[in-house]
Design a protein around this ligand. Structure first.
Ligand code: NAP
Length: 276
């Protein structure tokens, strides 16, 4: 791919950002589709968010992914907010047009497409662990397909607004929900470190449980679930599908999913382009 003065710039803003895997597969998607664009990480602290967004837009940046801790704060910079982002209360995709800033949430559809690879959650009972930003997107998708959603969170007060908004049921201890749960989704950051204390006694998992962890690796929860022969999924498929939907919003093109998947696995030779 030749980079000329016409190159369009996209990126991801977060704090920290160096761990982000999005540049890997978004750049592969641009290369493969022959779109002359680059996707770069921007490390922006909360106190610099306003200045950074104004500066990036003024510099002609076309679109951004938004990650921790800015997903809620960017709502106030948007001129147009998609119904999903409004309902979820968080944004992970911004599109800068000549006249406006458009805000979207693709986490919910990323989660839905990912879990549907394992099992259709329609009508299933799902235990969601956590009540943060990612949990809201997950709950939105699950409610959309009419799953029954039980939520546990370390800070139980944070579940109240979710009960009101999405009609979820609050659970005092994760163990309570295990006998009725078909699917268990960890949306907390517990498991990021191997030594994190478990969210519940993982030896209580049974083969019937489908276990999803939004963290981008096989966490202790997933490892225990595998030992019990449960079907499991880590955070990579959701990451891929949410990014693919952002790509679609920015470019209007179908995302090259297989290429993006290869790139995420580190198997796509960067610099290679289908269109010379
Ligand atoms: P967040 O808004 O900060 O929420 C964090 C959640 O984790 C809260 O429910 C919090 O509970 C809980 N938590 C943190 N430490 C805990 C502990 N020691 N014990 C029990 N609960 C604890 O963060 P987020 O945006 O929802 O992200 C959460 C995770 O999802 C991150 O690991 C992120 O990387 C991942 N994620 C993945 C994808 C993907 O595409 N795969 C997308 C988005 C997020 P309290 O309310 O009690 O603090």
């Amino acid at each position: 791919m030749r980079i000329t003065g016409k190159v369009e710039i996209y990126g991801v803003i977060g704090y920290p950002i160096k761990h982000s895997l999005s540049p890997l597969f978004q750049n592969a998607a641009f290369f493969w589709t022959g779109i002359e664009a680059l996707y770069v990480p921007f490390e922006v602290s909360p106190e610099n968010l306003k200045k950074a967004l104004e500066g990036l837009r003024a510099s002609g940046v076309k679109g951004l992914n938004v990650t921790i801790p800015h997903k809620e704060a960017v709502l106030s910079f948007a001129d147009v907010i998609s119904p999903e982002a409004k309902e979820i209360g968080a944004v992970n995709t911004l599109k800068f047009t000549r006249t406006s800033v458009e805000a979207y949430n693709t986490d919910w559809i990323g989660f839905l497409k990912a879990i549907q690879e394992l099992e259709d959650p329609k009508g299933k009972t799902v235990l969601v662990l956590g009540a943060g930003g990612a949990a809201k997107a997950v709950i939105y998708s699950l409610k959309k397909v009419k799953a029954q959603v039980l939520v546990w969170n370390r800070t139980p007060e944070k579940i109240f607004p979710l009960e009101e908004k999405f009609g979820v049921e609050k659970i005092k201890r994760p163990e309570e929900a295990l006998p009725v749960a078909d699917i268990i989704v960890n949306t907390t950051s517990v498991g990021l470190k191997e030594e994190d204390p478990p969210l519940f006694d993982y030896s209580l998992l049974e083969e019937k449980h489908i276990v999803v962890d939004l963290i981008y690796k096989d966490t202790p929860l997933l490892k225990e679930a595998k030992k019990k022969s449960c079907r499991v999924q880590n955070g990579f498929p959701m990451l891929l599908y949410q990014g693919a939907e952002s790509f679609r919003i920015w470019t209007g093109c179908n995302p090259p999913l297989e290429i993006m998947k290869l790139a995420l696995k580190g198997e796509f030779p960067t610099g290679y382009s289908r269109i010379p």
